[in-house]
Every structure is written in structure tokens, then in C-alpha cells.
Design a protein around this ligand. Structure first.
Ligand SMILES: C[S@@+](CC[C@H](N)C(=O)[O-])C[C@H]1O[C@@H](n2cnc3c(N)ncnc32)[C@H](O)[C@@H]1O
Length: 253
């Protein structure tokens, strides 16, 4: 309590310790350093909603300006765990990726024919990484249904979901979206697979530009290597993505 150990505080000198009535040996000093190292580890772990490369962790440490008493990059990697709901809902980088659509490590690829466009990984992903979101305007379930009825076979980009008691829909059909008039967004190009899905959609509420926004984030279900196509299971109800009530072969792929 006399010398609070935070990630950024300076270690008390021997003189400081003696003046405060502590013994001159290193016992308390070493405890203080261990507490600080743990705080630094905690901060580094929170910084990554995707499992980082060792070089990224090294850069993170450099940016913090920690010259000693910091965890080794290999130890950070070993301790890394998929981001929790709390981390996801408060992470600045993730918020920026959602609002500006600056997801890295993904490319839209043309698979030709009726398969059309899909998304491939241009960097490896680890199980639990947040890969991207399903970007579009959040509308009510009822509005989504009306759109589907109007569009019939053309309605291939409506993502219906339930979060708590609310039934919603993300309209990525309206293209381009109001917020990115000059860009395609990756989420809407993800294809379906029930057998080989490597992504799983999860609903979250993020504060974007000061407002609570419902988002669907895709988490990697396993480690994914470069050039692998990213897919998720659209769901067997066939409500979204033009599959409802139709005997489409690709729904069982
Ligand atoms: C959300 S979009 C996916 C991107 C779309 N392929 C494109 O070119 O924009 C959904 C549509 O993609 C097509 N699709 C999705 N998964 C497919 C698959 N596994 N095989 C063939 N077509 C698929 C269907 O036409 C579906 O309605």
C-alpha cells in the first residue's frame, strides 16, 4: 500500500524502502516487482483479441517503454486466451475495426460461378480469435422479413439473430452501406458450410461512436492457416441468405 505496484509505476529505491520502515533486503522489493510484472502481463493479454505473433508482443512491450521487469513474449503467448465478453466489449482496436471496417488478414476472392465471392485468410488465425464482424444496418426482425418478402430470391445478405429477448436482423443487403459508401465489407462475403465451418457468429453490444450497437462478431473455431476459405454455418432454418424453404445443395456442404 505504501508503494502501489501498477504496470507503469517506478520501483521504490532501497532508500525509499528503508525510510518507510522496510528491511534493507530484497524480499519486499522482489514481491513488488512480481506484482508489477503480473500487472504488465495482464495489460499485454488484454491488448490482443487475436492471438498475436511473438514480434507483435515484442513491439507492444517496446511501445509501453518497459525496459525491464516485463513478461517474456513467449510467456505472453503461452498465457493468451480467447477474449472474454468484457474484453471484447471494451477493446478499442476492435471497436475501430467494427466502425471503420479495418479488419486485417482477410481478402475477398471470386470463386466463380454461382458460388460467387468468398473470403480467404491472408494471415494465420488461432482458435478463439475475433476475425471480423457481419457489417450492415441493424434492423428489426419484422423489417428484415418484409425485405425478404419483397426481394424474394435476391435476399442473400440478411442475417437474422436473437440476442437476449430481442430478435434482430443485420441488413447487409443494402449495398454499399451508408457508412462505407466506397467499400465492400468482408463479413457479407462469407460463405456457408455446415460441415466445414471454421467461424462461429456471436452477438455482442459494442459502444460505437458513443452509441450501443448490436454486432455479430465471428470467432475462429480452430486454428486457420493462410489461404483457407473462411465459412460459417448459416443455420439450418434457412431463413437467411436466400436459403429459406429451398432445396439448395450448398446448404448441406
Ligand atoms: C452472404 S452471401 C455470401 C457471399 C456471396 N457468395 C457473394 O458472392 O456475394 C450469401 C450467398 O452466397 C451464396 N453461397 C453461400 N454459401 C455458399 C456455398 N457454400 N456454396 C455456394 N454458394 C454459396 C448463396 O448464393 C448465398 O445466398
Amino acid at each position: 500500500m505504501k508503494f502501489p505496484a501498477s504496470a507503469d509505476s517506478k520501483a521504490p529505491t532501497k532508500l525509499d524502502r528503508l525510510k518507510a520502515g522496510f528491511p534493507g533486503d530484497r524480499v519486499f522489493y522482489d514481491k513488488w516487482r512480481a506484482a508489477q510484472k503480473a500487472k504488465r502481463m495482464e495489460r499485454l493479454l488484454k491488448a490482443f483479441t487475436r492471438k498475436p505473433q511473438e514480434s507483435t508482443v515484442k513491439y507492444g512491450i517496446l511501445k509501453e517503454g518497459w525496459k525491464n521487469n516485463c513478461p517474456k513474449p513467449a510467456d505472453v503467448l503461452a498465457a493468451w486466451k480467447p477474449a472474454t465478453k468484457l474484453v471484447i466489449e471494451t477493446d478499442e482496436d476492435l471497436r475501430r475495426n467494427v466502425s471503420q471496417q479495418t479488419w486485417k488478414g482477410l481478402a475477398i476472392k471470386d470463386f466463380g460461378g454461382e458460388k460467387g465471392l468468398g473470403v480467404v485468410a491472408t494471415q494465420p488465425f488461432s482458435k478463439g480469435d475475433i476475425v471480423c464482424d457481419y457489417h450492415g444496418k441493424v434492423i428489426t426482425y419484422a423489417q428484415g422479413r418484409v425485405m425478404m418478402q419483397l426481394l424474394q430470391d435476391e435476399a442473400g445478405y440478411l442475417f437474422f439473430f436473437r440476442t437476449g429477448q430481442r430478435h434482430l436482423c443485420i441488413d447487409a443487403q443494402t449495398f454499399p452501406c451508408e457508412c462505407h459508401p466506397c467499400a465492400d465489407t468482408v463479413g457479407r462475403r462469407l460463405k456457408h458450410s455446415s460441415e466445414q465451418a471454421n467461424l462461429c457468429p456471436e452477438p455482442f453490444v459494442l459502444k460505437v461512436n458513443g452509441q450501443d450497437v448490436d454486432v455479430i462478431l465471428f470467432r475462429a473455431l480452430r486454428n486457420i492457416s493462410v489461404d483457407t476459405e473462411l465459412k460459417f454455418d448459416y443455420g439450418v432454418k434457412r431463413k437467411s441468405f436466400r436459403g429459406e424453404g429451398q432445396d439448395l445443395q450448398w446448404l448441406d456442404e
